[in-house]
Ligand binder design. Structure first.
Ligand code: CJB
Length: 818
């Protein structure tokens, strides 16, 4: 069936949907509609929509049993799926009918959609990428299972109090989750701790047994992932940890009631909470246990599916391909070796060949603090058998290296899985690289830097194992669902095929770039989206913003390398000019920020405080706020992102060059008609190549210049001293102008900038301010700006996650989309 034909299958008429919703009220919500809350309606509608996926679910499960199809197992510690209901309605192609059914039932569909608590099972880009990939895998009919953890508490909710971030525990499960189906029969034991013991098997061979300290159980919770109008469903299979025995009767008999439930409490801790760090990692015991827990369940599950298909272990690499979403699941390599060698008695060489063929590894960051490594004692304590296996992998690998590069001890030290400089660590990126047949970066620049720098020795050893797969985002959620006005304007002109053929079809919009009536319609859409956002901010937070001003938006995790403080310095520059009555060339702007800081990341939290402090000062100063406003949108997540990307005129992608592996927010903004001000970093570079340099505001140092300047000795204090404008800006912060005279509060930030400025904020300051001036001038030419915006959207086809998934299929997984 062609994917752009509206499918009204059995059960999808307005009358049938109405009946189904009312039925669920009675049978699942257990109420009569006259006593219904909005949330009850949400549950009834969600059950009705889920029901419509179930028939496809059952037939899709058949494909998983089909031994001729390779399954992609996407292993990821994070899946930031976003709300399910709206997406499912779009992908099932039933939005018109549901709307009508809701109207006839006297309920407001938008209000119902707002009821859904988003499953925030991820921190940011990496988790959201996994979610986009599941959408594309299913839309392309590639059989896939997303394997992860069913955290009871996802990413914290952010509140802002007195300008500071306050973290509130996420409670996404408190009102129930209509999307998941628990499969109690799909459960696996996972061992932890203890020791190992050698023994001789029947054939006289030496074997090793793991005698764990304790064992927990992982239970499968499945969420259906619908493809776009293609009657295909894939699985998101998340593991919840439970006790093997939920109650210790021996302890209870002795009168130790608390002791009796202790094991249960401990076991459930494993999947209790998502670590709230974005790219930096703390070496926590619980974190390694989480990683091992979900990976072990997932591999056991895959081996069960292999058996179900009537295949043998030899068939594994042709039956399943595991993609490691960063190093978080990389212990899977040692775990598969353990399963094969210790439990299935496969000999080492065969097991290793099978393992390498089955795994592929995606690296998502070059930041040194994010390259996961585990201290040896901690690792040995939790996974004693895996450490032995890693030693064996390492010793065989290093002996190959010694043969290939005799006498090159330094290379051995650099490439070893064990870091032996000082305290010893297990380097997970090395394990992932050595144990995979393919390694990829997530943008062209990032892949280049991986090859040149972090994984250079490995690249030299096996250049053919390195690939680039530039990230992408799904146009279903990020354009059609969240920007319906733009989606219908586009479809009016070029038809609907772009929704599944972004690469080939979106470009057809180009021919309308000079069409004045189209331009007007384009501006109308943007204006309405901006007005909606202004209303929302007013309604929720009492903020006042002007939809006629330029909406300049930076939403992403707060991190020094992403340089929200550079943006803040530019705002202060404008503030300073306005106060000095140098307002010539200042275009009215609203600066909108959003993003969470890791709870223990003090400077990131101070940046949030600074942004809010500037915003408050400006709010109280009519001389300034007639030109500029600054707002911080609290609790930025997928649900709030729905209102933000589509309302932007300008997208801020201003990371220090070489630090942002790819970025995906940059893609969402540009696809929704924002122009980008950005550095030569990550996927910005490819976006600029596609949309054209004339339609992109590029500024600042590139990655090579950043490296050079750091090598030659960078002195931020001199930059400050030699630039009067910058000096005034920094001095204003120091003077307490934004902190009611408090000259201490922002000192740590200023000291960091003037002291070593690790992310070259001061170095790029002038280039950024100058570039922003060009933005202002360009924005004043309405027609030219609109044309640039249309061209941006038209040329963004490459950044569909469908293209990324096709790249993986062709180059890495060797799977043919259905
Ligand atoms: N990224 O979100 C994370 N978490 C990590 O631990 C490491 C990297 C981000 O991944 C995105 C998806 O590939 C990238 O676009 C982004 O640049 C990177 O920081």
């Amino acid at each position: 069936m062609s994917t752009d034909v509206m499918h009204i299958g059995p059960g999808n008429s307005v009358a049938e949907l109405k009946e189904s919703i009312l039925g669920h009220f009675c049978f699942d919500v257990g109420k009569s509609p006259e006593y219904a809350t909005l949330h009850d309606w949400y549950m009834a509608v969600a059950y009705s929509v889920r029901e419509r996926m179930m028939e496809h679910w059952v037939s899709s499960l058949e494909r998983i049993r089909d031994k001729h199809q390779k399954i992609v197992g996407y292993l990821s510690a994070e899946f930031l799926m976003g709300p399910h209901l709206g997406n499912a309605i779009i992908n099932l192609g039933i939005e018109q009918q549901i709307k009508e059914a809701a109207e006839q039932l006297n309920i407001n569909l938008d209000e119902i959609l707002q009821q859904e608590e988003e499953p925030g099972l991820g921190n940011g880009g990496l988790g959201r990428l996994a979610a986009c990939y599941l959408d594309s895998l299913t839309t392309l009919k590639v059989p896939a299972i997303g394997y992860g953890i069913r955290y009871e508490f996802g990413i914290f909710d952010q509140m802002i109090r007195d300008g500071w971030q306050v973290e509130i525990t996420d409670k996404w499960l408190r009102n129930g989750n209509p999307w998941e189906i628990v499969k109690p029969e799909l459960n696996y034991g996972v061992k932890l701790g203890g020791k190992t013991q050698g023994y001789t098997d029947e054939k006289g061979g030496y074997r090793v047994k793991w005698i764990p300290e304790y064992e927990i159980r992982g239970v499968a919770y499945d969420t259906p992932v619908p493809g776009y109008k293609n009657e295909t469903i894939n699985l998101l299979r998340l593991w919840k940890s439970e006790a093997t025995e939920s109650f210790d009767f021996q302890a209870f008999d002795k009168g130790d009631y608390y002791g009796a439930v202790h094991e249960k409490v401990f076991s459930e801790t494993i999947s209790k909470v998502l670590y709230p760090n974005d790219v930096s990692e703390a070496g926590k015991k619980l974190r390694l246990s989480q990683q091992y827990f979900f990976v072990s369940c997932s591999l056991q599950d895959a081996l069960r599916i292999l058996e179900l298909r009537g295949l043998s272990l030899d068939d594994l690499p042709d039956a399943v391909t595991f993609q490691l979403n960063d190093t978080h699941p990389s212990i899977a390599i040692a775990e598969l070796m353990r399963l094969l060698v210790d439990e299935y008695m496969v000999d080492w060489d065969k097991a290793w060949e099978c393992t390498r063929k089955t795994f592929a590894y995606t690296n998502h960051t070059l930041l040194p603090e994010a390259l996961e490594k585990w201290s040896l004692p901690l690792f040995a304590h939790i996974l004693p058998r895996h450490l032995e296996i890693i030693y064996e992998i390492n010793s065989r690998f290093l002996s190959d290296i010694r043969n290939k590069y005799p006498g090159d001890d330094d290379r051995i030290r650099r490439m070893s899985i064990i870091d032996e400089q000082g305290s010893k660590y297990v380097r997970m990126a090395h394990l992932a690289t050595i144990g995979s047949h393919a390694v990829n970066g997530v943008s062209a620049l990032h892949t280049e830097l991986l090859k040149q720098d972090v994984l250079h020795d490995f690249y030299e050893l096996q250049p053919d194992a390195f690939f680039n797969v530039t990230n992408g985002v799904t146009p279903r959620r990020w354009i059609k669902l969240y920007n319906p006005r733009l989606a219908s304007l586009i479809s009016d002109r070029i038809g609907e095929r772009w929704i599944t053929h972004l690469e080939t079809d979106l470009i057809n919009l180009q021919s309308f770039a000079d069409d004045l009536s189209f331009q007007q319609a384009w501006r109308d859409v943007k204006k309405q989206n901006k007005t909606d956002l202004a209303h929302l901010l007013k309604q929720r937070f009492g903020m006042n913003i002007n939809p006629d001003s330029l909406f300049d938006i930076q939403v992403k995790r707060i991190h020094e390398y992403k340089r929200q403080h550079l943006n803040a310095l530019h705002i202060i520059h404008l503030y300073n000019r306005i106060k000095q009555k140098r307002t010539d060339g200042i275009t009215p702007r609203t600066f909108i920020f959003g993003g969470k800081a890791a709870p223990a990341y003090y400077l990131a939290k101070l940046i949030i405080k600074l942004i809010n402090a500037i915003g408050e000062t400006i709010d109280n100063d009519p001389e300034v706020n007639q030109f500029i406003r600054v707002v911080f949108f609290p609790d930025f997540n997928v649900k709030n992102g729905a209102h933000v990307y589509k309302a932007a005129d300008l997208s801020e992608q201003i990371s220090t060059a070489g630090k942002e592996a790819s970025g995906t927010g940059n893609m969402k903004f540009s696809m929704n008609g924002a122009l980008t001000i950005g550095t030569y970093d990550g996927a910005n570079i490819e976006i600029m190549e596609c949309v054209g340099e004339d339609n992109f505001f590029l500024f600042g140092l590139d990655a090579a210049e950043v490296k050079a300047i750091k090598q030659n000795g960078y002195h931020p204090y001199d930059v400050y001293n030699n630039n009067n404008d910058l000096k005034e800006v920094i001095d204003l912060i120091q003077s307490g102008a934004f902190s009611k005279g408090d000259t201490n509060i922002f000192k740590p930030l200023i000291n960091s900038l003037l002291g070593d400025d690790p992310y070259l904020v001061l170095q790029d300051y002038q280039a950024y301010v100058d570039c922003q001036q060009r933005v202002s001038a360009a924005y004043n030419n309405e027609q030219a700006w609109t044309k640039m915006s249309i061209l941006n959207v038209a040329r963004m086809g490459k950044f569909s996650s469908d293209r990324s998934i096709r790249d993986y299929c062709e180059n890495i997984w060797h799977v043919t989309p259905g």
